[in-house]
Unconditional design. Structure first.
Lengths: 416, 416
């Protein structure tokens, strides 16, 4: 059955790739309207998921993640409309050149083909990914988590309705509704029909995909994020950035995990950081150097051996004292998952070294790590945040769902 | 042992990524000089490979492929110098923008990291790949074919000598000299140390790499290339292009495999194509429609069931009559490996449809398929020709050996 979906997706992708911008973007306008008109039906389907989640004892935070109320549905529709208005990367020609023999050459952006997106809980992913995929002329096979099965089914039905109304192939968006894990394995095995696997979830899901597929897998969405407070940093303002990066939304991948502090400012900065963040509920894991500066603070514990390799996803913050920027960069490159890392400094030379030497998808100078996000970066939305090196790094928006072909136009040119 | 090479490659890559352009490019100048000064030693090492190849009964064409004489070594040195002069993509900043909150954002090009290139026979690949890798600040682990072991060892020694003289880490270029196939498996298993596997060889090598590695593999270098002669084509000039695409170098991946001819011109065009190419030694496999137009031609046989799915690599050419451009596009998309396909036409609407609908790395209008090549495209050289969709498509030169990081620069910016 999943193989059949793959065949249909491939056929739909061939059609999608030849449709003009207006048609693909137009379907997004229809989808936004359908979302608004169908609030009641979506809330009803979502209500079943929420009831099942409560019955199975999921905690409030998780239930909040999967809940869709009228306001959230309205926001989804607005996001789809924003995407509708963004420029279409497909068809764009770049690197135009004329070879010495007169052959005109360029690269032309084309859809990636068939995407398979495997995700957990949040139902808004269903709409975000469908809309990005339609806008870029791809086909997508969605496999959502079982906690949002009813919501996802209702949302995908609307997406397909929008495609149908605008004359686009409905199989450009398909949903694997059978919750059996065997279906995921079948999806991972569609080597000739799926061009890229995009997992959205924890490290286990990413590993599972990589181990069971020969299709390229986009790894990402996992970050052990660092902020390094350099000797020249403005400590007061640094505390504001650290507070934001840690507490604004602690459960996401670009939230702060570890603060590195230059030895020369540690005795001053560390107690102030702890005093500013502890009232927000933050607790701390300090390396010996940091622990020394923080004697008597109730929220501070000595860090254990694995604490600097843990993505906290909660109000825990690692603290470590470093002797210099070399040590800060080395620690970051050794422990970061290559997601988002920031330096707070007044010294342009330190800033330049951080940018050049920290090997992460997003490197910042004097900014919160929380900015790494397709919406924040102006990409409209994101299908994932890649921490791998090939194809795309960081937030993947419209352009990252395309590839290119070379186009050569001549006058019966032959190679000499 | 291979794992140790991986660790050294990763350490060298960290250093390479921080070196300025002049240093990386400078090493290429030194390498070019060393190649010229060491012609005698290279020829001597290559002589051993050639003698062993003769003794093991390799045919003349293969022996020619692996032979390095003074002229070929000179050409290698010239290619390295040309690469030295090309602009360096590393460090380039693009997509600069200032977010509404004032955060300055851009993407900055950085090296890919550690490459593993697994290739067969031709020793010039050793120099091409090493030079591309050094220029772009990557590390590379090379695994060449056993037929050129002595030549490759001599060439890699010169590359490492050049790196050392210029103060670059010698482990940025390493060579797996042990011909045991188990070493390839070890290389494919270095998931944490190698960023991309680039196989250069036949379909079996590509499949082997994909099946035995969780590292991203660049698939490519295999093409079943088509030329479609549209109803409006200039037949005389079309024959020139077909002749070039088929006979100029029949053993390479961008050589022509199948000619599709529009029914309305088939009776005129097909006999003329056969008469023009047969004297060059070309033999033909014709589908029923084409066979009908070619009665009595000694060089023409009826095509068998797999002939249109065969990459000929020799002077064999498939011929097929199609009813219209839809059929030509459908046949091409079904049988091409997504490498290079060309339309010969006088009709702009047909040209546009071919460009949009043929799903290959390189699509041409009125040009030979033979142009798909890093040198021809002005990329300097190529590390491979990708026929996959992710990351890079078609010839992979300097830029395709890089990725990017996002750089955000602010004034203690926080996300609201």
């Amino acid at each position: 059955m999943v193989r059949e979906m793959g065949l249909k997706a491939r056929a739909a992708a061939r059609v999608m790739a030849t449709l003009p911008t207006e048609v693909r973007s137009g379907a997004l306008g229809t989808l936004a309207r359908l979302l608004e008109e169908s609030r009641g039906a979506i809330e009803q389907a979502n209500g079943r998921d929420v009831a099942l989640a409560r019955a199975s004892g999921l905690d409030d935070a998780l239930i909040d993640r999967l809940t869709l109320d009228g306001a959230r549905i309205g926001a989804l529709a607005r996001d789809v409309r924003a995407l509708e208005r963004l420029p279409d990367p497909v068809g764009e020609r770049f690197d135009r050149t004329v070879l010495p023999n007169g052959l005109r050459l360029c690269r032309q952006r084309v859809p990636l083909g068939v995407l398979a997106v495997i995700y957990e809980s949040r139902p808004n992913v269903t709409i975000d990914v469908s809309a990005l995929s339609i806008k870029t002329g791809n086909s997508v096979i969605l496999r959502g988590g079982k906690e949002t099965l009813h919501s996802n089914r209702a949302l995908v039905a609307l997406v397909r309705e929008a495609l149908g109304r605008k004359g686009l192939p409905q199989d450009a968006v398909q949903f694997v509704g059978d919750p059996d894990r065997a279906r995921v394995l079948e999806l991972l095995d569609l080597g000739d029909l799926v061009d890229v696997i995009i997992p959205r979830g924890g490290a286990n899901l990413h590993r599972f995909c990589r181990e069971h597929s020969r299709i390229p897998v986009i790894t990402g969405g996992i970050g052990i994020c660092h902020i390094y407070v350099d000797a020249s940093a403005d400590i007061e303002r640094a505390i504001g950035v650290i507070h934001n990066a840690k507490t604004q939304r602690p459960s996401v991948c670009n939230a702060l995990d570890t603060v590195l502090v230059h030895r020369s400012v540690a005795a001053d900065a560390l107690p102030r950081i702890v005093e500013a963040l502890a009232p927000a509920g933050v607790v701390f894991r300090a390396d010996p150097g940091a622990f020394e500066c923080l004697a008597g603070h109730g929220a501070v514990r000595a860090a254990g051996p694995e604490d600097f390799d843990t993505e906290w996803m909660s109000l825990v913050l690692g603290l470590k004292v470093v002797g210099n920027i070399d040590e800060a960069i080395a620690h970051t490159n050794a422990h970061s998952m290559g997601h988002s890392d920031s330096i707070l400094t007044g010294d342009p030379a330190s800033a330049e070294r951080w940018i050049r030497e920290v090997d992460s998808a997003a490197v910042y100078v004097n900014a919160s790590t929380r900015f790494t996000d397709g919406g924040q970066f102006g990409l409209g939305a994101e299908v994932a945040i890649s921490t791998q090196r090939l194809h795309a790094r960081g937030p993947m928006g419209l352009r990252e769902l395309t590839t290119y072909k070379w186009v050569g136009e001549g006058d019966y040119h032959t190679r000499s």
